[in-house]
Write a protein that binds this ligand. Structure first.
Ligand code: ACM
Ligand code: ZN
Length: 711
């Protein structure tokens, strides 16, 4: 059935986004060099098509595209490019136009920088799928990435951060480079929306110019993720002078009508303590009421002043949905990211809205498969199907006649956990294609079954361009694990997040190929094996290969009564350790711990990461009990877990978040020993003081994790 559907769908042109109207006829137009004069692109301002719309007529003898704008002709060209296969263009009649004016994608060079060339490549690819806005998140706590001539320290100092391990991360775009990107985008009918973050997410600017903060403290450009509470000070006039100076340079570089001023996740603690902020609150007569706290109203005041500045330069303001708190500026457009609630509220008040809700499928930094085997991500779960299913027009706005205030949608690609451009590609593609289709194609024409087949052609396009993308991995229902153990027989089952042509595997240690054995039913093992398994796409490409060791074990003997101790024996060593190997030779001192959970409480958590932090490592040894002789699976975000003297989990120098080193062991009923090593450090921007420092255990196959209970 699936094969038949695939075959039928393969006969119609595989376009993304699907056009509004298309008739396919028999035959095709042959593209040969002399045929050029038979391909016509006509600009007809009075043709009656919507601004970005076009018609395309392909017959055996000619190709004719008509549009009322250059953008329309550009999109006709993209459709034609997608239609052409091996010099043939199928005969079609297409009338096409977008559902939404705003079809956005967002890049975050602050957390991990990306080059001008890589930025252009995203523009090039996504414009060919008819997206038309690139939201460029240019400033944040972890880096200021846009040259501002009046404030050179923003990029000289705020463009660089030193990571925990001493490595340096840096980069910024000169104004010339920005002009180059903006011009490149304009040629592809993409508008670049710059974001200059205020009043939160501004540590990089404060590092460069401490006078921007409430207490003028000296800070480091932030090298962890999350929100510090050091923010800009709207009590001081300098903040507004600074931002106006920045905006004055920004508007010279970006011709679009909007400027994004951020506005999200601004902690207000410092404002509560700041005499300047409190004086401003008093002078303005801001008081807490049911619309917000005095500090929220101070933020609202700051956003209004930004709006005034932007109006002076003939621009409009966009902000994240927090700008609703304390009252929305008169003409602000809202980007709704914390769900749709903010967007709905703003639209009901008559404001324009761009929908980019995180948990509803628009955050492409989320996991797109099982977190146990996917590369570490920020969390959550957004499969291609979920991204595709999102519709940006809530029923409530339709009921109230306000749906036209939803001017479009956008996917965001926050880059905290994106350590390379290849990985950025992996997170964006193919999910961004789903967003492209929702942005363009009439709702009634959207169809997941058709899209998931068409997306394979778009992925082959990425292969031609040398661009990485996600292919669903073989996953184990109930949680994937690469280190399996059995006592008499193992049964290993696999599935994928969306249909693939097949899963292929080997058990002889060789790398699987398209010709390897196909997975058709759960695999049974009665001997030790190394299973290598990958997904196979319809066009013969393999996903990354999973290597799973499957070992037969005798259950580890329970500890003799004399060896069983209650409580935790633990010791601490101070220092900046990246891995357990770094703790060799450290001075360990005995400490008292009540619970494994306490390992990360030996120093206070300070979200601002001052230089005075004392990093350390802890070793903890204890006994625990299992009720039945069985295979157990262990999981932990600590650095190492040893069971009965055997190293079972070693997170090495990996980001210690969302454990990906789960492992099984067969244990006899009764007491066993566990040793845990925890290091308070920052790897890949993740501060391990925020971890739960315990060990999770489950009876293999039960799917029920619980905390290991110590004796
Ligand atoms: C956001 O994700 N903080 C807008
Ligand atoms: Zn202040």
């Amino acid at each position: 059935m699936l094969k038949l559907l695939t075959l039928i769908l393969a006969l119609v042109p595989q376009l993304i986004p699907a056009p509004a109207e298309m008739q396919v006829r028999g035959g095709s137009f042959l593209v040969t060099p002399p045929s050029n004069n038979k391909i016509e692109f006509r600009l007809e301002p009075d043709c009656g098509l919507p601004a970005e719309g076009y018609t395309l007529e392909v017959t055996r003898s000619r190709v004719r595209a008509v549009a009322s704008t250059e953008a329309g002709l550009f999109y006709a060209r993209q459709t034609l490019n997608q239609l052409e296969e091996n010099g043939r263009i199928p005969c079609v009649t297409i009338k096409d136009y977008p559902r939404f004016a705003w079809r956005g994608f967002h890049l975050d060079p602050c957390r991990h920088f990306l080059s001008v060339e890589d930025t252009k490549q995203y523009i090039d690819i996504l414009a060919s799928y008819k997206m038309n806005v690139m939201h460029w998140h240019l400033t944040d706590d972890q880096g200021w990435r846009i040259q501002i001539k009046k404030y050179p320290r923003l990029t000289e100092v705020g463009g660089t951060r030193t990571e925990f391990d001493g490595s340096v991360h840096q980069g910024f775009y000169t104004q010339e480079e920005i002009k180059e990107v903006v011009a490149y985008a304009a040629q592809r009918h993409v508008t670049v929306l710059p974001e200059i973050e205020m009043p939160g997410h501004a540590i990089a600017a404060i590092r460069a110019y401490p006078g921007l903060s409430c207490t003028k403290e000296t800070v480091n450009t932030f090298y962890t993720w999350g929100s510090p509470d050091i923010v800009l000070c709207p009590g001081r006039e300098f903040m507004f002078e600074f931002l106006e100076d920045v905006i004055a340079e920004v508007v010279e570089l970006f011709p679009g009508e909007y400027i994004h001023i951020g506005g999200d996740e601004c902690k207000k603690d410092k404002w509560e303590q700041c005499p300047h902020c409190q004086a401003r609150i008093k002078a303005l007569g801001l008081v807490a009421d049911d619309k917000g706290t005095a500090e929220e109203k101070l933020q609202s005041y700051a956003i209004r002043r930004m709006e005034d500045i932007l109006h002076k330069y003939g621009r409009k303001l966009i902000g994240w949905d927090e700008i609703l708190e304390g009252g929305l500026s008169p003409n602000a457009t809202v980007m709704s990211w914390r769900g749709e609630t903010g967007g709905i509220a703003a639209a009901l008040q008559g404001h324009d809205v761009i929908m980019t809700p995180s948990k509803e499928g628009m955050y492409l930094d989320h996991y797109q498969g099982d977190s146990k085997i996917e590369p570490v991500a920020i969390g959550n779960y957004t499969t291609l199907e979920k991204a595709y299913a999102y519709d940006p027009v809530p029923a409530e706005l339709v009921q109230n006649g306000k749906e036209d205030h939803v001017i479009g949608l956008q996917c965001n690609n926050w880059s905290e956990y994106i350590y390379s451009n290849s990985h950025r590609q992996y997170m964006l593609f193919p999910r961004a294609f789903a967003v492209a289709e929702t942005g363009w194609t009439p709702k009634a024409k959207k169809d997941w079954e058709s899209f998931r087949v068409r997306v394979d052609k778009a992925c082959r396009d990425l292969d031609r361009r040398g661009v990485n993308y996600h292919i669903p991995l073989p996953e184990q229902p109930g949680g994937s694990c690469d280190k399996l153990v059995f006592t008499d027989k193992a049964v290993v089952e696999f599935t994928t997040t969306r249909p693939v042509a097949a899963m292929v595997y080997t058990v002889d240690g060789s790398e699987p190929t398209a010709a390897s054995a196909r997975y058709t039913q759960p695999l049974e093992f009665t001997r030790d094996a190394t299973l290598k398994i990958a997904s196979l796409t319809s066009y013969g490409k393999l996903s990354p290969v999973r290597t799973i060791t499957i070992r037969q074990e005798e259950p580890m003997e329970a500890l003799p009564a004399a060896a069983v101790e209650s409580g935790i024996r633990s010791s601490r060593a101070d220092g900046r350790f990246v891995t357990v190997a770094d703790t060799q030779g450290a001075a360990w001192k005995e400490i008292k711990l009540e619970k494994l959970r306490d390992m990360n409480t030996l120093e206070p958590f300070d979200r601002n990461m001052p230089d005075t932090l004392r990093f350390y490592a802890v070793q903890a040894q204890a006994c625990f009990n299992v009720k039945e002789t069985a295979v157990y699976r262990f999981s932990s975000d600590c650095d190492q877990v040893w069971i009965d003297g055997r190293l079972l989990i070693d997170n090495g120098a990996q980001v210690k978040r969302y454990s990906r080193q789960d492992a099984e062991a067969a244990l006899e009923a009764g007491p066993h020993s566990v040793k845990v090593v925890y290091i308070y450090n920052v790897i890949g921007g993740w501060n391990s003081i925020r971890n739960k420092t315990d060990v999770q255990i489950m009876r293999a196959g039960s799917g029920k994790w619980r905390k290991i209970e110590l004796l």
